[in-house]
Design a protein around this ligand. Structure first.
Ligand SMILES: *Cc1c(COP(=O)(O)O)cnc(C)c1O
Length: 379
């Protein structure tokens, strides 16, 4: 089945009791049993809920996995993955990581005796030097946020097989429309469904998709035992969003390309970060592992003056100044003071994240209007 057909049909069956073509919102906490232990597979909604089951199945199908698990946020999904580890275990990840992931790892799980290494993941041989007998997991995020570096998932899949490590891929920015990490050697795919997957800026939710039955069993145990599960109404909204994922992503990519090219041609703009440019340092890897280059574009202004960047952010009208990304509407953000404020400035600078960097989540509006908005704001 091709991707667009899967987005609409895969994993989702019409409601068996009524034939309703859209999955009903099973707004219930519990389920009647005929006799103790004699039930229809549903006992309590933290453990299972039919609306959530359909969403989990749809996600597993889209990621070419076998099992999906939904959580009340992307961070809750990450929290569950980290609970696979125990004190003394070590994790290697990128130094250009989503700020919330960095905060969870260093401010919470480090206190429980897990050790994290953050490094430039551009060179696999260099990263391999950090692997020791305690290393249990490699965590990649690609494209990265907000510098849009691309990490070679297949190369890390091979490294993980060699050393018997778990490879986790945060696929939030790409979505399975652009890349399916489980096909490239990842063991676990993680999502903030809040972004492109939900796609309409109306839900906060996260997910994990795996192929392996044993890994699924351990993660499902954590999902139920720790209990950060989403409600059925939110699951319904994400299911609805998924049905247009391929249409939205196609337009996000087209508009992203137009915005990146416009910015590159603007004399007041300095560096533009977008993996579709031939001169992007990881362009070849992006071309190899992604179907297209996505709707995220970051840039700096010439002169690197914070006041100039602030003025552009204030002047933009269609691009709303807000946290988050991946919705139908265009957003702009200032990573240094917003999404990445939890990363110390020194560490940000080391990773190349300057104070004047502006990040755009290019929506699915008409590109002409988006370019006109950028033109009036940048001048
Ligand atoms: C937003 C985001 C998360 C966290 O997800 P929430 O749904 O906000 O908890 C994790 N990773 C990436 C790349 C994100 O953009």
């Amino acid at each position: 089945m091709k991707f667009g057909t899967k987005a609409i049909h895969a994993g989702v069956e019409p409601d068996p009791t009524t034939g309703a073509i859209m999955t009903p919102i099973y707004q219930t906490s519990t389920y009647v049993q005929r006799s103790p232990g004699d039930h229809k597979g549903y006992e309590y909604s933290r453990t299972h809920n039919p609306t959530r089951t359909q969403l989990q199945n749809a996600l597993a199908a889209l990621e070419n996995g076998k099992h999906g698990l939904c959580f009340s946020s992307g961070m809750a999904a990450e929290d569950a993955i980290m609970k696979l580890l125990k004190p003394g275990d070590e994790v290697i990840s990128t130094n250009d990581l989503y700020g919330g992931s960095y905060r969870l790892f260093t401010k919470i799980f480090q206190n429980y005796g897990i050790k994290f290494h953050f490094t430039n993941m551009g060179n696999v041989a260099n990263v391999e030097k950090l692997v020791n007998e305690n290393t249990k997991m490699i965590w990649v995020e690609t494209p990265t946020n907000p510098l849009l570096n691309i990490i070679d998932i297949k190369a890390y899949g091979e490294l993980c097989r060699k050393h018997n490590l778990l490879l986790v891929a945060d696929n939030t920015f790409a979505t399975p429309y652009l890349q399916t990490p489980l096909d490239m050697g990842a063991d676990i795919v993680m999502h903030s469904l809040t972004k492109y997957m939900g796609g309409h800026s109306d839900v906060v939710m996260g997910a994990i998709v795996v192929k392996d039955d044993d890994l699924h069993e351990r993660l499902a145990f954590i999902q139920n035992a720790s209990g950060a599960t989403p409600g059925p109404q939110d699951c319904f909204l994400v299911l609805r969003g998924l049905k247009t994922l391929h249409l939205r992503m196609e337009r996000h990519c087209q508009n992203g390309r137009k915005v990146a090219e416009y910015l590159k041609g603007n004399a007041k703009v300095g560096k533009v970060y977008w993996p579709g440019f031939e001169e992007h340092p990881n362009h070849e890897v992006a071309q190899k592992q992604m179907r297209d280059f996505g709707g995220m574009v970051s840039f700096e202004l010439k002169g690197d003056n914070l006041d100039d960047a602030t003025r552009v952010l204030e002047n933009l009208k269609l691009f709303a100044l807000a946290e988050s990304l991946g919705g139908v509407e265009s957003l702009c953000g200032h990573p240094a003071s917003m999404t990445h404020a939890s990363i110390p400035r020194e560490d940000r600078m080391k990773a190349g994240l300057r104070d004047t960097l502006i990040r755009l989540s290019v929506g699915v509006e008409d590109a002409e209007d988006l370019l006109a908005d950028l033109e009036q704001a940048i001048g």
